[in-house]
Design a protein around this ligand. Structure first.
Ligand SMILES: Nc1ncnc2c1ncn2[C@@H]1O[C@H](COP(=O)(O)OP(=O)(O)OP(=O)(O)O)[C@@H](O)[C@H]1O
Ligand SMILES: [Mg+2]
Length: 425
């Protein structure tokens, strides 16, 4: 297996979890969005666990394999065997570990191959990485999340959080001399947060650190897809830019899923299935169809689902949301999507105000806080697409209730933006 040349950062808990899962299960799949570090974690685990597998550790890299029904012979060939049959004989019955790396574009073929090798070699363990689970019998899915982010911009926090450590390591490696002023440290912490703790995005940002300060990189993040791209063609094509990394996932969606995903780009903050339905579903669609679409995007690691207080909340990583929004604008759908979103949040805002005018309760305050980010995002959309201030002002009304909940500055900022857009309003 080729050894990694760059330093490996963090992931102690994930490595321990993976080591344990490979004791208990025959097939483990590391799943997560593009660039989250699935391949790097898997190869690191293979290197560390090699002693456990006297039959050998084999890695098959599938990123370059073109989609087709059977990939067994090609995989065997790359591993130095004349055919899949020869590979199965070669694996024998000594404990061995086979890594099928980057499976998402050949899922069905990888599933068949996996089932075949597990069946033929009773002591073989299979480790796969994929943006989507293989859906193989007995598969244990390990969902890989972001690198740890710093809690504050204290230098010790930046030193101990793996996201900022990766940034600093790669920036220094590129010849940057990092400045440790408070503004720079704060910008670096915020940069890693805005990049969702995704290692690929952090590495691409760090590649800019030789000619830009962290404050400057952060200021340019509104154009993240132009900023986060390598000029020299090294490594996997899909890792040369943040856009390319997401393109490969987007292109695996069917047309209906792509349209739905684009429309989700208009939402701000976490959202419910009901809101996704109101904003992103085709006219007249069944609510259950929206739940299915969300489930498919969760499977493909494009949407995160989190259960909280008995309800599922969905969200998009910032980069994925910006990508979806960019695609929606290119497709000429943005204004209509923004209008649907504003209307959905207006219904919520009006209902809160109407209920509150009768009696103000702690439940109502909780409702304001739960919808705060979405209403604030709807105000931004109204500022962008509306001809007058009417809807933006109506959206602002319920937010006043949150000014005593530590959100006064956000409410004030939203109000100022509305007044700046419509000075006479
Ligand atoms: N823990 C880590 N320490 C250091 N570098 C990392 C770490 N995790 C990921 N990286 C780096 O981030 C980049 C992306 O990681 P990786 O290729 O593992 O992502 P991936 O999840 O497999 O992406 P894809 O879905 O496109 O296959 C690589 O350059 C990798 O070396
Ligand atoms: Mg990978």
């Amino acid at each position: 297996m080729p050894a990694a040349v760059s330093t490996f950062v963090g992931r102690d808990a994930e490595l321990a979890q993976l080591a344990g899962a490979l004791v208990r299960h025959r097939i483990v799949t590391i799943v997560g969005p593009g660039g989250m570090g699935k391949t790097r974690l898997a190869t690191e685990a293979c290197a560390r666990l090699a002693d456990r597998f006297p039959g050998g550790v084999l890695r098959s890299e599938l990123a370059q394999v073109s989609p087709r029904a059977e990939i067994g012979d090609e995989v065997a060939g790359a591993l130095g065997f004349p055919s899949l049959e020869a590979l199965l004989v070669g694996l024998g019955d000594a404990p061995a570990l086979l890594l099928l790396d980057n499976c998402e574009h050949v899922l069905a073929a990888a599933r068949r191959l996996g089932a075949r090798v597990l069946d033929a070699s009773p002591r073989l363990r299979l480790l796969a990485t994929s943006r989507e689970p293989l859906a193989l019998d007995g598969e244990q899915v390990l969902v890989l999340g972001p690198l740890a982010l710093p809690q504050s911009s204290d230098p010790r926090d930046l030193e101990s959080a793996s996201a900022t450590r990766l940034f600093e390591d790669r920036a220094r490696g590129a010849g940057a001399s990092l400045d440790a002023s408070p503004a720079e440290l704060a910008a670096r912490a915020e940069l890693c947060r805005r990049l969702d703790g995704v290692p690929l995005a952090i590495e691409l940002a760090a590649a800019r650190a030789r000619s830009l300060t962290s404050v400057e990189i952060l200021a340019l993040l509104g154009r993240r897809f132009d900023l986060l791209a390598r000029r020299e063609p090294v490594g996997l094509a899909r890792h040369r830019s943040l856009r390319a990394a997401i393109d490969t996932s987007y292109e695996l969606l069917d047309a209906g899923e792509q349209r739905f995903f684009r429309a989700l780009g208009v939402l701000g903050g976490p959202f419910s299935a009901a809101l996704a339905h109101a904003v992103a579903a085709p006219e007249g669609a069944d609510a259950l169809a929206t739940v299915d679409l969300l489930a498919r995007l969760v499977d493909r690691s494009l949407v995160v689902a989190e259960a909280a207080g008995g309800a599922t909340r969905y969200r998009l990583l910032d980069s994925l949301r910006d990508y979806a929004a960019e695609r929606a604008r290119d497709a000429g759908e943005w204004d209509a999507d923004a209008d649907r979103f504003v209307r959905a949040m207006l219904a919520e805002a009006d209902a809160i105000v109407a209920t509150g005018s009768v009696r103000w309760t702690s439940e109502l305050l909780a409702r304001v806080l739960a919808h705060f980010d979405a209403i604030a995002a709807a105000i931004e959309r109204a500022i962008e697409v509306d001809a007058d201030a009417a809807r933006a002002l109506r959206l602002l009304l319920p937010l006043w209730a949150a000014t005593h909940q530590g959100r006064a500055s956000e409410v004030a900022a939203a109000g100022e933006r509305v007044l700046a857009r419509w000075p006479a309003g």
